[in-house]
Design a protein around this ligand. Sequence first.
Ligand SMILES: *Cc1c(COP(=O)(O)O)cnc(C)c1O
Ligand SMILES: [Zn+2]
Length: 419
Amino acid sequence: MAASHLQCRECHTEYPLEALYVCERCFGPLEVAYSRPGVELSVAEWRRRIQAGPQNIWRYADFLPAAAPPGPSGRLNSRAGLPAGCTPLIRADRLAARLGLKEVWVKNDAANPTHSFKDRVVSVAATRARELGFETIACASTGNLANSVAAHGAALGMDSYVFIPSDLEEQKVLATGVYGTKLVGVKGNYDDVNRLCTELCAERDWAFVNINLRPYYAEGSKTLAFEIAEQLGWELPDRCVVPVASGSLFTKIAKGFEEWRELGLLEGELPRMNGAQADGCSPVASAFAEGHDICRPVKPSTIAKSLAIGNPADGPYALDLARRTGGSVDAVSDEEIRAGIRLLAETTGVFTETAGGVTTAVLAKLAERGEIDPEERVVLVITGEGLKTLDAVRGSFEMHTIEPTVADFEAGVPEPLTV
Ligand SMILES: *Cc1c(COP(=O)(O)O)cnc(C)c1O
Ligand SMILES: [Zn+2]
């Protein structure tokens, strides 16, 4: 494994690669540090090594804090769990044209095994949990993490405990319980769930993927950056629009690009990083607008429940990243989120959940404000599947109900648009 130790992000104190997540000295978050024996590889050798790997996130095992599950590359077995990653990057010319842009790409992470980007982070955390000898995985979730932890638990033959706010979308509850996890609906919001889990974490010998395993979990998000760069032909985009809940995904995408720049695998500036939040839970966007370095916690109220974290752990790092790359963190209303879901669906054939509506609506807003140079290559990161938040599109279109006759069809259904 390429990871060498954990390190405090603030005071740089080093810790062993165990189930630790907070610095004993300064309470800063711990992050994984690497010493890569392969740094002497040439750029061409690195590329060949990666391309020879399996068609999932483990092709990037040299950059992850867990060993790739055993087995012939790409072939699945009971130790590999659910293979995440290698999701499509789609050139979205019709979406770009609608927004007055030239080059927009949609990274569709709904194409993961449980239909959200969370399979990337859970794959890494669950694999590391197994390496550390844990028998039970657990999480505090806004919905997609619940799906993923329950499914990975089932795939790996581990027990799982999943804690969610009790008012989550029904589709996400059903798509989690089906895996036979112990599903706990907590009467409160995500921040209450997270507090409860942090207390339980101190008492139980469980691997909470986003608490005591968080340093490993967070690293999984870098694979989104690696894939985007590889799919663009080993090039960086000019701009990425990414949803922000805790801010982990947003900051780790940039870390992925950075690591490959340091190795010489990518050249050029970091992309402008644009974070996307919902008005009903926008602590990071508010701090960005007000010029603050830290986020004031809020009580969430938005249809984008997967992003409803009122007290984002990586908020300050997300703010810093947006500022130093010339990006921003913006927020959009529930109406704009619904319109964003429709815009993406109608122009690309990709049906996203509310989080993707947030991202698409923020891209539309940036384009409208004239902040994007038409020549820029923009990547829109779509993190979850529309079938999980069906209520968001209910009533947004009409069904023509007719008698089974041609006459009724002709009377009741409009002709196709002719251009
Ligand atoms: C979890 C999640 C995110 C981002 O979460 P972070 O906590 O910011 O890493 C984005 N989109 C969806 C659909 C999610 O489930
Ligand atoms: Zn510290």
